[in-house]
Design a protein around this ligand. Structure first.
Ligand code: GAL
Length: 387
C-alpha cells in the first residue's frame, strides 16, 4: 500500500515537471525563422511569469508589421519570454487558423493585429471559448466581447497631424485637395480619417481647400462630424486598401479624371507611408502638377529616405517599441490574472474595450534626423543625404 502511494506520488511529480516544462516552452529553441509559415520562435527561459503568449500579425508584405515583429523579438528576448509570432498574410482564414494553432499549443494570451477587424471576431471568440485572453494590437477587433484589452497609438492624432501639416503649409484659397484612406476592413482607417476630417473640414468650408477626387466627400463637406456610415461612403471611394498598387492606380485614375486647373500645387492626404510613396510617384509623374505635399505615417525606412530626398513631405512616427512594451506588460498582467493598466476605453461596436494609448510625433525634413536617427531608432548608415 505504502509502495503504491509512493509510486503514485512520484508519477505525479514527474507529470507536474513535464507540464511546467511545456508551459515554459523549454530552453531548446534558438530563435529560428521558418519561411513558409512566417513564424518566429523566441527562445525563452520562463522569466518570472509562467505561461505562453502567441502573437498574430497581419502581413509580411508591409514593412510596418515586419518592424513590429523585429521589435517584439528584441523585447521578448531581453525579457526572456517564450513567444511564437505568426503572420496571416492578409487572409482572415489563415488568421483564424493561426489563432487555433496557438490555442492548440497551449498559449494563455494571444496578441493579435487583425487583418479585417470584423472578420477577426470569430478568431477572438475561438480564443475566448478556449479560455485564452485576447489583446488587440494596434487595430481593434470589432463587434465581439471576446477582446480583453487594446494597445494602440492615438489614431485620431495621426489623422489630425497629417491634416494639420497640409493646413500649415497652405495659403490663400482654392488649393486642390486629394483625399486617400486606408482599408475599410481596418477600424483604424476610420479613426485616421475622422482625425483628418476634423482638421480639414473647416478649411474646406472656408475655401482654403477644394476636394478634387471624391464626390462623396464633396457631398458631405459642410458636415463637421461624420457618422461611421458617412465615412464609409467616402472611404469606399478613396480607399487604397493599404496596398501600394491600389494606391498608385487610384491616384493615376484621379489624375486622368481631373484637368490641369485641378492640379498645379496640390495637397494630398495619404493614410500611410506605403501608399504615400505610391501616390507621390503618380503625382510626381504628372506634368500638370507643379508641386505636391503628401502625408504619411509609420516612419518606414523607405519613406524616411523619401522625406530626406524631398519626395514625401511628412510622416507620423509611431514608436513601435512603446506599443510592444505595452502589449507585453498587458500580457504579463493577464497571465497573472490581473487587469492591465488602462488609460481609457474604445468601443468596438459591441463593448468598451479597456485600452492604453501612446502618443505620435510629426516628422518632416526639419526634424527627421533628430527624431529618428539621433534618438537611436534607426541607424544613420541606412540612409543617404541626411541633413
Ligand atoms: C494600420 C496601422 C498603420 C498602417 C496600416 C497599414 O492599421 O495603424 O500603422 O501600417 O494599418 O498596415
Amino acid at each position: 500500500m505504502k509502495n503504491k502511494l509512493l509510486k503514485l506520488t512520484l508519477i505525479m511529480i514527474a507529470l507536474l515537471a513535464i507540464l511546467a516544462l511545456v508551459a515554459c516552452g523549454g530552453n531548446s529553441n534558438t530563435g529560428t525563422e521558418t519561411g513558409n509559415s512566417g513564424s518566429t520562435t523566441t527562445d525563452a527561459p520562463a522569466g518570472e511569469v509562467n505561461g505562453k503568449v502567441g502573437i498574430v500579425l497581419p502581413t509580411k508584405d508591409e514593412p510596418r508589421w515586419v518592424q513590429d515583429e523585429a521589435r517584439f523579438a528584441e523585447a521578448l528576448q531581453a525579457a526572456g519570454y517564450d513567444v511564437e509570432i505568426l503572420f496571416s498574410q492578409g487572409d482572415s482564414a489563415k488568421e483564424k487558423a493561426n489563432v487555433e494553432d496557438l490555442i492548440t499549443k497551449g498559449v494563455q494570451v494571444i496578441i493579435i493585429t487583425p487583418h479585417d477587424g470584423t472578420a477577426a471576431a470569430a478568431a477572438a471568440e475561438a480564443a475566448q471559448a478556449a479560455g485564452v485572453k485576447v489583446i488587440s494590437y494596434d487595430r481593434l477587433i470589432r463587434d465581439t466581447d471576446a477582446v480583453d484589452y487594446y494597445v494602440t497609438f492615438d489614431s485620431i492624432a495621426v489623422g489630425a497631424q497629417q491634416a494639420q501639416y497640409l493646413v500649415d503649409n497652405a495659403s490663400g484659397t482654392g488649393n486642390p485637395l486629394y483625399l486617400y484612406a486606408g482599408a475599410a476592413s481596418d477600424n483604424n482607417a476610420f479613426i485616421f480619417f475622422e482625425g483628418a476630417w476634423g482638421v480639414l473640414q473647416p478649411k474646406i468650408a472656408d475655401g482654403t481647400f477644394v476636394i478634387k477626387n471624391s464626390s462623396e466627400a464633396i457631398a458631405l463637406q459642410d458636415k463637421a462630424e461624420l457618422t461611421r456610415d458617412e465615412m464609409a461612403q467616402i472611404i469606399g471611394q478613396v480607399t487604397t486598401n493599404w496596398d501600394f498598387n491600389t494606391a498608385k492606380n487610384l491616384a493615376e485614375a484621379n489624375l486622368t479624371a481631373t484637368t490641369a486647373e485641378d492640379k498645379g500645387d496640390v495637397f494630398i492626404l495619404a493614410p500611410n507611408d506605403g501608399t504615400a510613396r505610391a501616390i507621390a510617384d503618380a503625382f510626381a509623374a504628372d506634368t500638370d502638377v507643379s508641386s505636391y505635399l503628401v502625408t504619411g505615417q509609420d516612419a518606414e525606412k523607405a519613406s524616411v529616405q523619401y522625406i530626406i530626398d524631398g519626395r514625401q513631405s511628412m510622416t507620423v512616427f509611431k514608436d513601435v517599441r512603446t506599443l510592444v512594451d505595452d502589449a507585453i506588460n498587458a500580457a504579463v498582467a493577464l497571465l497573472q490574472d490581473q487587469a492591465p493598466n488602462a488609460t481609457g476605453a474604445y468601443n468596438n461596436g459591441a463593448v468598451d474595450v479597456p485600452a492604453i494609448q501612446s502618443p505620435v510625433v510629426t516628422v518632416d525634413g526639419s526634424n527627421v534626423k533628430e527624431v529618428l536617427i539621433d534618438s537611436g531608432y534607426y541607424d544613420a548608415a541606412d540612409f543617404t543625404g541626411l541633413p
